[in-house]
Ligand binder design. Structure first.
Ligand code: ASP
Ligand code: MG
Length: 412
């Protein structure tokens, strides 16, 4: 008998029929002898609808009041799911974040969980009840309703699993697991049985948007085994775990992530003196622009070229700041490029294998794809290339690292 926290996202509870289906599923687990705590999101589209409503009244709604409003989405689904369970003869009880006491800080619309009081839930579990908890919301010390940021129900699920020392936190969603890459780009992408937290963080932050990144960080920190599964299809899903050993037997590379959201900026002919990086990136960071990849090169004439990438939304802002810096520093010119893409290979297997990066460069060279920037970490190699080659690059790498599904076993 295990204690499982099951989180169902917006599309999984998007209609009354689906809520009934979720109730069936929960009942099945419980009939099998497991103790179940369910965390639900608002019905799909509901949170957006509520935010729209607020915006009709005020361009910049007060964050506290916005939280009072958007938290209602989840309150509806917990009640409906509890009703659906009770109708099926399953004792169930629903709780808001406040009722459980999911204590957060007071940063409305992006609050952080400080503490969860698991006692009430434990009592219910002992009494044989399924406990249904509203995701995405909490309460601060003064009793104000808070929310955790978009997609925050994942974090609620993981935090509850940690607080209750659950055996597993299952995230039910509209995909059947984490894939080696986006199946829309590579039809031969495969579902991974297992991936480590570290790999998942690299994959998630690079655009494989299955799970809220914060939830993965949280799960890693508290060693909560996390499983991503399809809400309405049978299957083992993908287990996200600390355990690297068994992943070692898997291919060296677990997945290929990519990202079209970046833009590249270069400042040319900067005097090559101490403090240059700070002079350039200090004002960029002061303008609240986050920098991702950075490359600096030394030229022969004691000047250097300095290139970095930022989110595309920050491009214009960063360009302006950089032009100011360039004239102050007497740099030769500033150039920018938004037609870029970043492709990354990710895998803990890289730690124990040499030559992974060169295998990547070889695969790209074979396709005649020019690499503009490179960065590496212990478990990741990223390159920036021209955006129009993105799909070709991902497919070539997927094949080169032997990630392609066997024929007849593709996502399509
Ligand atoms: N309902 C919230 C949102 O749409 C939280 C969640 O779904 O995880 O962002
Ligand atoms: Mg979600």
């Amino acid at each position: 008998m295990a204690l499982i926290v099951q989180k169902f996202g917006g599309t999984s509870v998007g209609t009354v029929e689906r809520i009934e289906q979720v109730a069936e599923k929960v009942k099945k687990f419980r009939d099998g002898g497991d103790d179940i705590v369910v965390v639900v999101s608002a019905m799909s589209g509901e949170t957006n609808r509520l935010i729209d409503l607020a915006k009709q009244v005020s361009d910049q709604p007060v964050a506290r009041e916005l939280d009072v409003m958007v938290s209602t989405g989840e309150q509806v689904t917990i009640a409906l799911l509890a009703m659906a369970l009770i109708k099926r003869g399953v004792p169930a009880v629903s709780y808001t974040g406040n009722q459980v006491r999911i204590l957060t800080d007071s940063a409305h619309t992006k609050a952080r969980i400080l503490q969860i009081d698991g006692q009430r839930i434990q009592r219910d579990i002992k009494a044989g009840r399924v406990v249904v908890v509203a995701g995405f919301q909490g309460v601060d010390e003064k009793g104000n309703i808070t929310t955790l940021g978009r997609g925050g129900s994942d974090t609620t699920g993981v935090a509850l699993a940690a607080a209750l020392k659950a055996d597993e936190c299952q995230i039910y969603t509209d995909v059947d697991g984490v894939y080696t890459t986006d199946p829309r780009v590579v039809a031969k992408a495969q579902r991974l049985d297992k991936i480590t937290f570290e790999e998942m963080l690299e994959m998630a932050s690079l655009g494989s948007k299955v799970l809220q990144i914060r939830a993965v960080e949280f799960a890693g920190k508290y060693s909560v085994p996390l499983r991503v599964l399809h809400s309405f299809q049978e299957g083992p899903g993908t287990l996200i775990t600390l355990d690297e050993e068994e992943s070692m037997e898997q291919p060296i590379i677990s997945g290929i992530a990519f990202n079209r959201d970046e833009a590249k900026l270069t400042i040319r002919g900067v005097p090559d003196t101490p403090g240059v990086a700070f002079k350039i990136l200090g004002p960029i960071s002061a303008a609240n622009v986050e920098v991702d990849m950075i490359v600096q090169n030394v030229a022969h004439d004691n000047t250097t070229d300095f290139t970095f990438t930022v989110h595309r939304n920050d491009y214009n802002n960063a360009l302006q700041v950089l032009q100011g810096i360039a004239s102050e520093m007497g740099a030769r010119e500033v150039i920018g490029d938004t037609d870029i893409a970043k492709v990354s290979i990710v895998g803990v297997g890289m730690r124990s294998h040499a030559g992974v990066a060169s295998r990547m460069f070889e695969a790209l060279a074979k396709e005649n794809i020019n690499i503009q920037m490179i960065s590496t970490s212990e478990i990741k190699v990223s390159v920036v290339i021209e955006e129009k080659y993105l799909e070709l690059a991902v497919r070539a790498l997927h094949t080169a690292f032997e990630l392609d599904a066997p024929a007849g076993n593709t996502a399509e």
